[in-house]
Design a protein around this ligand. Structure first.
Ligand SMILES: C[S@@+](CC[C@H](N)C(=O)[O-])C[C@H]1O[C@@H](n2cnc3c(N)ncnc32)[C@H](O)[C@@H]1O
Length: 212
């Protein structure tokens, strides 16, 4: 979905240790910039810049104030913004003319299935529940408990509309047979609940004042 990044500027919001940016720089990105609150980064190479900061308002991150990017990524990080709608509006305004945002989010049905299993409730009850829920992250750090604000697909899609973005493409990745063979434990987990993450390619809606 990201396509060829040769010569492009890329901003990864919530970039983790920054290794994806190093890969994009090695594939030809002109500038690969990452922002993450944790600050535990790999050593940045040429064309890679890693900044410890909050993704909630990227326009005030030191060094980013006047910059524009061809690609802005929120890969499993959007939900950490203090105000996700504001974070997305700010990111939209930091795009170049032909730029787009690539955003991935956990499919909310997956949380509903997991909570229904844990709580002995129904998937419908959990999907539409508005109560915050907490869990320990299996793959990341089992000493950390994450508390989430639940959301439905409508909530997510309406946030994109409210941020002045349209969805050019949506993909729900599923493990290939080859990947399933290489990572059987992950396949067992993913296939049990059928749903994982959902990826959106988002472009700014034309502003009314841009029309002739
Ligand atoms: C689930 S990880 C995803 C990391 C990476 N994007 C990936 O796809 O592998 C979420 C990341 O968001 C970062 N994060 C959480 N809250 C943040 C915030 N307010 N500002 C910036 N980064 C944040 C975490 O430190 C973590 O690296």
């Amino acid at each position: 979905m990201l396509g060829d990044v040769t010569g492009l500027t890329v901003l990864d919001a919530g970039c983790g240790n920054g290794s994806k940016l190093a890969q994009l720089a090695s594939e030809g990105a002109a500038q690969a910039v990452g922002v993450d609150i944790s600050g535990s980064f790999i050593a940045a190479g040429p064309s890679v810049e890693l900044i410890q900061a909050d993704l909630s308002d990227l326009s005030v991150v030191p060094g980013l104030e006047t910059r524009r990017f061809d690609r802005i990524l929120f890969l499993q990080s959007f939900g950490y913004a203090k105000d996700p709608l504001h974070a997305l509006r700010v990111a939209r305004d930091m795009l170049t003319d032909d730029g787009f945002i690539l955003l991935t989010r956990t499919q909310p049905v997956r949380y509903a299935i997991e909570r229904a299993e844990q709580n002995g409730t129904t998937i419908g009850e959990e999907y539409f529940s508005t109560k915050r829920f907490s869990y320990q992250h299996r793959n990341w750090d089992d000493q950390v408990t994450l508390t989430k604000v639940p959301y439905t697909m409508s909530d997510l899609l309406n946030t994109f509309s409210d941020a002045g973005l349209w969805i050019e493409r949506t993909v729900e990745p599923y493990m290939s047979a080859e990947a399933a063979e290489r990572f059987p434990e992950k396949y067992a987990r993913v296939s049990k609940n059928f749903v994982g993450i959902i990826m959106f390619k988002l472009r700014p809606l034309a502003r009314p004042d841009a029309c002739s």
